[in-house]
Design a protein around this ligand. Sequence first.
Ligand code: 4AD
Ligand code: MG
Length: 443
Amino acid sequence: LDQTEGITLKKDGVVGTRVMVYGRAHTVRKQKDVFFIELKDGYGKMQCVLSGQLAKTFDAITLTRESSMMLKGTLCELPAGARAPLGRELQVDYFKLPKNGKAAGGDDAITTRVAHDTEQHILLDLRHLTLRGDNASQVMIVRDQVEWAFNTAFRELRFRKVSPPALVQTQVEGGATLFKFDYYGQESFLTQSSQLYLETCIPSMGDVYCIEKSFRAEKSLTRRHLSEYTHVEAELDFITFDDLLTHLEAIICRVIDLTLSDPTIAAHIERLNPGFTPPARPFLRMKYSDAIQWLIDHKIENEEGKPHEFGDDIAEAAERRMTDIINKPIFLTHFPVAIKAFYMQKDVEDLRVTESVDCLMPGVGEIVGGSMRIDDWEELMAAYKREGIDPAGYGWYTDQRKYGSSPHGGYGLGLERFLAWLCKLHTVREACLYPRYMGRCTP
Ligand code: 4AD
Ligand code: MG
């Protein structure tokens, strides 16, 4: 047996070959005097069978689920009618547990506690273990693929990746959700968005993007708000608002295609979200004012329990109902100036509204927020004033409007929200390795 071969069994493992595999026992089942172990690693599972004397030795050590082990054996065809991952099983003739390989056990006690844990606190306290389950691990594996797909799709479009700072002294999306901290005696914040920095990069690097953490001190517990989330952001130079929408549609669809191009990933998504099909293009485009009318027509009220009016923020509940009824992606555009961020360009045809877009997905609602940016110096100064922002700390951002300004725009996409939509997750927390939200900063 060659020690270097067959560490992870690939699908083309040939029946009759003797291989060595490492992994952890996902399940251990005893039937008569035979042990069936579903061995797993990050790439898949394999059924391993121990019988005869080997099974007796195995029995003596009372093997627990999640114990790690090395098994050697021969790949065999399955008996008629039997099913197993890979369509083969390993007839084991040798096994060894590494030092400390045996798992503590007691999973049944955990399972019982978890069953009564409607808020999922225990599941999240034990995230380091629950991550090993099929659902959690598959979501993390899909997430890895989606990040790869974004990097690939951006590269295909000749975007360059940059890495803006997380420790900042400027706000982007309003003071209410800033995490403040003391930076050598100066008040500073964890970044809410890398947008302002991306805007400064386009003259030197062209269209740019980043995939970085953003932080929001969200003081509410919802299915789609995190305190720390992964933000896919891009900035495009010399574009129109229409170009921005076309690009957004293209990148979302390309990322889905790339994600599904790996059959293992496609199978995970099908299992998590049965019947998922990529959305058709073009996406439905709906102006904010038409959405307000739609909400009035459908008798969906605002947060105060009154009929919606122009100027209202469309709150999460109303937005979700609208998206679920329409049941396909929506580009909601042209939000009023008063309810949007300071940097957004006004629509020249209706100065009450901005060239802004939210992309809404069924089951989640907003997954993307984007806009054209104010490119005029005086207009930007007026916007700071309106928002109560002291322009002193923003000189590096404002300067862009003095040194070769351009019509430009961009967007931010919440990776966890994208995954919640793609994998039909109940909350964005399930799309995080170790979620952070109000009340949780561990493990
Ligand atoms: O709509 P937002 O606040 O827009 C911005 O931050 C822009 N500066 C981005 C840009 O143009 N470069 O956030 C963008 C997206 C939202 O659509 C949502 O998907 C996600 O970021 N997001 C959150 N995801 C999880 N938890 C939170 N608390 C989030 N806040 C925003
Ligand atoms: Mg938004």
